[in-house]
Design a protein around this ligand. Structure first.
Ligand code: PLP
Length: 634
């Protein structure tokens, strides 16, 4: 656990159990009724064939833990409740979940369900997100906010007004000044009194990667001048009482409470000014930005860590709003936040297999081995070889290396000319490799091939270099014997993971147990990727998404129950996404098989070919490993 810093980034949900496997405490603590869940047991249940009681799912696999979502929501709420009480704050906290962080139907429905006693609402940033939020919130609390952010057109604003008609507590947050004209016009036409918010462009700037949209020149929000114009327009239309919310978002992963307090303080000043100008202000919406400590370093100097806890975050917010409002004698507003990452990051684990590893022999060079290669080299290169072996005898490996390179160059030239056979070239390569290892010039870091697409499952690693904790989920009671990087299945040179938390360029890994390093049962997990990663992942290389199981804690013998199992998409499914017609493609191939493949008399050849093709359309685009290959979709 210490080697992988699991206790630092994983607490209170992930730890290592006595079997050396990662275990989960979905409620953040283990009690008699909430026992730990062994991740390997979930893996077994998910991947075992149906015939032996499993679910027959293929990898990669997302394990979704709704209890973790509940725990995160409750922790956030209680951190704010505590801060409100401790500061004598005269209003309350009620959050919204930005659905863009993970739009999965069950994630959003769970958040609405778990949050309904907490007045927890949703934030939408586009029309489809608004439709999704509207339908989910129909089952939630009537007080829960439905915050409508993002650039808006007539249809978006009309939809938000309809949501208000449906008695959903909808706020249209102006992201651009022009939106106010549409809101005034459409609300009149539809006969709805809107609740309006403004998104302010703060001067406070978050300098990390995620802060590029903050500051005066940020992409979103209204400048001071534009806010004043909006106030004037609303006043002229007799609608200033509709302006009730002030929103800002200084970026994700706010590194410190000092920066947070600075931004919240500035926004609170704007809030008080809007009150002074006659708006009926009620809510200050501090946006997202509550960070996740991906590497457990608790550092304010890195994009993947933050230097505060949930409790410290809430305290800094409540304190800053209170101080500004008290000075201006303004009634304390409801505090809303749009924390996405902080709510969903922990709730899912991506599990994938290492399918093979490059082999690395211990650096040693003996004359027998040299002789073996020497037997294969061409006659005219013998001189180079003799010099090389003399240097090897004197253990002068540097000189050895020079002769080896010289030899190789000469042989490559001869191969290109056609005067050297492939076996001889291979012998020279082998000799050079041997010498490289002896002088330590060859790379001792192994490459583990993993059954995954980095682009689909960890897009932020590829896109912005974001690091996530990646750890073997078993064998943690054995010291890893090697170090390696992970290389994915895609035929893209960027499809590899060679940076890890803690600034490491390789990961401590265990030797694969199968023959020739080709065993398929070494499972790795990527943690804290529940926010954004699933939402961003596309169908790069047509790999599609992972299979998913939903695991709830219970009192049964394994302390968990799989409440839903969803196989990942088939090749046909992902082809369809890219506008192909798998049925038509199949017909064409089948026809061609009938035309060109001659039956052996009983019609088996074409029939089995066609069923093989059909199986490929129905099956996963990922590798089908031995443990689950009999579980292909029918
Ligand atoms: N609200 C807005 C307007 C955002 O743009 C974002 C993310 O960029 C969020 C909320 C969620 O931020 P986070 O995931 O950092 O909580």
């Amino acid at each position: 656990a210490a080697l992988y810093k699991i206790d630092e980034w994983g607490a209170p949900y992930f730890s290592v159990n006595s079997s050396g496997n990662i275990s989960v405490k979905p409620h953040g603590s283990a009690t008699l009724s909430h026992q730990e869940i062994d991740l390997m047991k979930i893996v077994k249940k998910a991947s075992d064939p149906k015939s032996s009681g499993g679910l027959g799912l293929q990898f990669p696999l997302i394990v979704r833990l709704p209890d973790v979502l509940k725990s995160r929501l409750e922790s956030l709420q209680s951190a704010f409740n505590f801060a409100v009480r401790a500061q004598g704050y005269d209003s309350h906290y009620q959050g919204v979940y930005p659905v863009k962080c993970n739009q999965d139907r069950f994630v959003v429905e769970d958040i609405v369900k778990f949050g309904s006693g907490l007045r927890f609402g949703l934030e939408a940033g586009s029309k489809p997100e608004l439709l999704l939020a509207m339908s989910c919130l129909c089952k939630g609390s009537t007080e829960a906010l439905l915050v409508c952010n993002g650039f808006k057109d007539v249809e978006y604003i009309s939809l938000a007004l309809i949501a208000r008609k449906l008695a959903l507590n909808t706020v249209i947050v102006l992201e651009q000044q022009e939106e106010i004209d549409l809101v005034i016009d459409l609300s009149r036409k539809l006969g709805v009194r809107p609740v309006i918010g403004v998104r302010a462009k703060l001067r406070t700037k978050h300098s990390g990667h995620f802060g590029s949209t903050s500051g005066e020149k940020g992409k979103f929000g209204l400048t001071t001048t534009q806010i004043l114009r909006v106030v004037k327009k609303l006043e002229q239309s007799g609608m200033l009482d509709c302006l009730k919310l002030l929103h800002f978002h200084i970026g994700s992963q706010i590194p410190s409470t000092a920066l947070l307090a600075d931004g919240v303080g500035e926004a609170a000043q704007i809030y008080c000014e809007l009150v002074r100008l006659g708006a009926f202000m009620e809510v200050i919406d501090i946006g997202g930005g509550l960070g996740i400590d991906y590497d457990g370093s608790k550092s304010a100097d890195s994009d993947i860590s933050v230097s505060y806890s949930l409790e410290e975050y809430a305290l800094a917010v409540v304190q800053s709003v209170k101080m500004v409002c008290d000075r201006k004698s303004v009634k304390h507003p409801v505090i809303c936040s749009e924390s996405g990452r902080a709510i969903v990051s922990h709730h899912s684990v991506l599990i994938f297999e290492a399918v093979s590893a490059s082999v690395y022999d211990a650096p040693a060079m003996n004359t027998l081995e040299l002789q073996y290669f020497a037997d294969g080299i061409p006659e005219d290169a013998r001189g180079d070889y003799r010099n090389l072996s003399v240097a090897a005898f004197h253990r002068d490996y540097e000189t050895c290396f020079l002769y080896a390179e010289q030899l190789k160059q000469r042989c490559v030239e001869q191969f290109k000319e056609g005067s050297l056979g492939i076996e001889q070239l291979a012998a020279v390569d082998g000799m050079c490799e041997l010498v490289s290892k002896a002088i330590g010039a060859s790379d001792p870091i192994r490459t583990y091939h993993v059954n995954l697409s980095v682009f689909t499952s960890i897009p932020d690693f590829w896109g912005i270099g974001q690091l996530f904790p990646i750890v073997p989920i078993h064998r943690l009671d054995q010291r890893p014997g090697v170090r390696g990087i992970l290389s994915d299945l895609t035929c893209d040179s960027d499809g590899k993971i060679n940076k890890f938390i803690g600034g490491e360029s390789s990961l401590p890994l265990h030797e694969l147990e199968g023959e020739d390093g080709g065993g398929g049962t070494y499972y790795l997990g990527m943690f804290l990727g529940g926010a954004y990663e699933e939402a961003l992942g596309g169908v790069h290389n047509l790999f599609g998404g992972p299979s998913v199981v939903r695991v709830s804690q219970n009192d049964g013998p394994h302390s968990f129950a799989v409440t839903r199992a969803m196989p990942g998409p088939s090749c046909g499914d992902v082809l369809r996404v890219m506008q192909h017609e798998p049925e038509l493609m199949f017909e064409v191939l089948k026809h061609r098989a009938e035309e060109f493949v001659h039956d052996d008399g009983n019609g088996m050849a074409t029939a089995s070919l066609a069923s093989g093709i059909a199986r490929s359309f129905n099956n996963t685009p990922y590798l089908v490993m031995a443990s689950s290959c009999c579980l292909t979709a029918s």
